[in-house]
Design a binder for this molecule. Sequence first.
Ligand SMILES: *Cc1c(COP(=O)(O)O)cnc(C)c1O
Length: 449
Amino acid sequence: MTELRYRLPQVRELRTALPGPRSTDLAARRAVAVAAGVGSTVPVYAADADGGVIVDVDGNSLIDLGSGIAVTTVGASDPRVAEAVREQVGHFTHTCFMVTPYEGYIAVAERLNALTPGDRDKRTVLFNSGAEAVENAVKAARLATGRDAVVAFDHAYHGRTNLTMALTAKAMPYKAHFGPFAPEVYRMPMSYPFRDPGVDGPAAARRAITAIEKQIGADSVAALIIEPIQGEGGFIVPAPGFLPALAEWAKANGVVFIADEVQTGFARTGDWFASSHENLVPDIITMAKGIAGGMPLSAITGRADLLDKVHPGGLGGTYGGNPVACAAALATLDTMVELDLVSRARAIESTVVTRLRALAADVGCIGEVRGRGAMIAVELVGADGYEPDPALTRAVAAKALAAGVLILTCGTYGNVIRLLPPLVIGDDLLDDGLSVLETAIREAVGEQP
Ligand SMILES: *Cc1c(COP(=O)(O)O)cnc(C)c1O
């Protein structure tokens, strides 16, 4: 890997208790200016970020193990991305690709067509958010198949717009009281090896396929959408064989197989895309988060014959594929190649998994350490080794934060610590962050009633 140079010192350093006085002032302003429905994981306000650290408005330097939810894979201020953005804003910030198109959009499409799994003719469309990508993948699948039904899975997360809320599994906080939801969405059982032991991948796929055929009918299904590793749902890695069996069934039945790689894409899992792990070639792949170094951009890339069925004007949006975001994406992809972040994700996996499995052997509260690349989860459970323990999970995250390490949680049961460090984090900083996490887990378990 190219030697990394950082702009900010890569250290964990607390100058105040958290939140500090300036963050507390901002929280007071926020409370009367920003609607309460927008949550924040931590009450600490950012002033700067680089590599593996976020510096807050009180001068505290925190280790970032969340990457703003898997977005800042190349860091939050990668110099190549920053320069590309500066260069593009000096020329034009917007013309609207649907009015006066520009090269950056085409270049991103070419890159994604080449990078996504499958050696075949592909087409790409750009949008702004992950949810928008998912919406458009479903639109295209419905038009191309002339069918209505969409299959999603337990524990799925696909976004917060009306259709993507319907596709998302968890009621609180994503769906509760926000209905009615879009129709013709059907939810099927997932493969969740830790909570569903004894059901292997092919058996879990058969269970889902039987339910689809009995409850919907294969010839009514436009698309099946699934995250190859579920994100918000708990970093659930399906048992081997589950995804290939679903993909094969979809192909045999004219169902569009959509891999939602909004969270897993772009080197995060130690491959460019998580689909590659089991040699899946999705009909359409949805992407966002890690794509553009933090600039808002999303994409769908899929079979040319399928996406080209949509009539001109049927897909688009005012801001979709914004030129500044496209410039950032091209610089982000170059950076990922230059720094070989795919290999870096695998190295991070080996460090993180080794340390956390050793801890798991020593404390009773870790039900499972799982994940791939720099997308690793720790599922926390009670004394029986099974019952989810969301209170312990919250306590661990709070302790880590108090010590200067930003850690996210997730999971249908709220009992999963999820690690998503920037792939440019240094080894020393990662080690320090993991030490803090280990101490937090040991202390939180020790203090349990
Ligand atoms: C985050 C996420 C989305 C939604 O992306 P937004 O940019 O927040 O709309 C969709 N699918 C998956 C798998 C995600 O992780």
